[in-house]
Design a binder for this molecule. Structure first.
Ligand code: LLP
Length: 385
């Protein structure tokens, strides 16, 4: 990824910037396309992970659908050639305007997160004189074994329809004349590396599907959400996520209805590995016990370490040699502004270039202008040719 020529080109670009290697993304996409086709699974890319135009152009070119969580994401997906019949729309707090926008654009499916929302979708679809296609997002009450801020399928999380409500819901479904109920949806969390979690999900869904079947309700679609984690510790070695094991696990465990279409909404697994945050060392400073490498990127460009205590591998692109230990910190006025603690780097100097790896997902999209900092630009590998 970082050849001497590329590093040389980096030195004339103002830092910090997000660097996207589109060849890495293409390789990921072609593996995903091949494996998902073998299983007959439909993939919707979760735009929330990264919605930059060149990235979306490439992903839609591979024929994948889109998973959106706002009206603006739906708009963006349509602009970049994701066809409406492959766009799904989730979100616990959709506005009336967003719901109407989704209905007018005749997207594949609205993933509905509560009974009150079902009432609203039905009403808005009636106004549009349409039948909205809807899937029920179920909260399966499962532990996802990931950071608690990115766990979404436990019963005290705000997401999805509670298992307790399913009975009541089953009785009311016929009330919704402007809704075409096509499926079940679930998404239990993100950065899930323990695949057993997905096995529990599949088993729980089998029970839920059975419950609906007993009431004579058969869904044409089943959407299992996203969440497949990546290897932040060894990103170079394991650049391609465990797609094969992940899909096989569902294939072996899930008992779908005949002809039921199976969907996934992957974000991080697809784009994380193609991105790096490139930053320059401003100062190397002795602390009381630690040595600080103070760099020109911080929590404003990558909030994941501060917010989820997330680990990102950091490498020095300029200096080589024996390692020393650094706290790699940003310039923002907060002690939570760090990119990595106790990071082993070759002896590091002012003006060295550092790369913070695996930042293709949930980095640039979560950037802020705190401290009135400029937003860091994106640089694509094809621009450096
Ligand atoms: N589907 C739904 C309904 C979601 O809420 C999400 C992510 C996805 C799919 C995609 O999940 P993925 O395959 O990317 O794990 N900012 C956090 C991650 C938040 C994920 C939110 N929902 C982070 O930096 O770790």
């Amino acid at each position: 990824m970082f050849t001497p020529e590329i590093i040389n080109k980096f030195s004339s670009i103002n830092t910090p910037f997000y660097y996207y290697d589109l060849a890495v993304l293409e390789e990921n996409l072609s593996v995903l396309q091949k494996i998902s086709r073998q299983f007959g699974y439909h993939i919707h890319y979760a735009l929330k992970a990264n919605a930059n135009p060149p990235i979306l152009e490439l992903i839609s070119k591979y024929g994948f659908g889109a998973d959106c969580v706002s009206g603006n994401e739906i708009k963006r997906a349509l602009e970049f050639n994701f066809t409406a019949d492959k766009i799904v729309f989730a979100g616990v707090g959709k506005t009336d305007r967003e719901i109407s926008f989704a209905i007018k654009n005749n997207i594949q499916c609205i993933n509905c997160e509560s009974i009150v929302e079902l009432d609203v979708i039905n009403e808005l679809a009636r106004k549009e004189e349409r039948r909205a296609r809807v899937a029920l997002r179920i909260n399966p009450d499962l532990e996802a074994n990931t950071h608690h801020y990115i766990t979404t399928g436990k019963k005290d999380n705000k997401f999805g329809i509670n298992l307790k409500e399913l009975d009541d819901l089953g009785n009311r479904l016929s009330d919704y004349s402007n809704i075409q109920l096509i499926g079940l949806h679930t998404h239990i969390g993100s950065q899930i590396r323990d695949l057993e979690v997905f096995k529990h999900l599949a088993l729980r869904l089998n029970e839920i599907l059975d419950g609906f079947k007993r009431r004579g309700i058969i869904f044409s679609d089943l959407n299992l959400g996203g969440g497949l984690g990546i290897d932040y510790e060894n990103p170079e070695k394991n650049a391609i996520p465990e797609y094969q094991n992940y899909f096989k696990l569902f294939h072996d465990t899930l008992k779908p209805f005949p002809n039921q279409q199976i969907h996934f909404e992957l974000g991080r697994a697809i784009v994380a590995s193609c991105g790096s945050l490139i930053s320059r060392v401003l100062f190397v400073k002795k602390g009381f016990e630690t040595e600080f490498a103070i760099i020109d990127a911080g929590m404003t460009e990558l909030i994941r370490p501060a917010l989820y205590q997330a680990y990102h591998k950091i490498i020095n692109l300029t200096s080589h040699g024996p390692s020393c230990k650094y706290d790699v910190v940003g310039p923002v006025c907060e002690s939570s502004d760090f990119l990595g603690k106790n990071v082993m780097l070759p002896e590091t100097h002012r003006h060295d270039l550092l790369a913070i790896l695996s930042t293709g997902a949930y980095a640039e999209v979560m950037a802020s202008r705190y401290n009135l900092r400029d937003l860091a630009p994106a640089v694509y590998s094809r621009e450096l040719k």
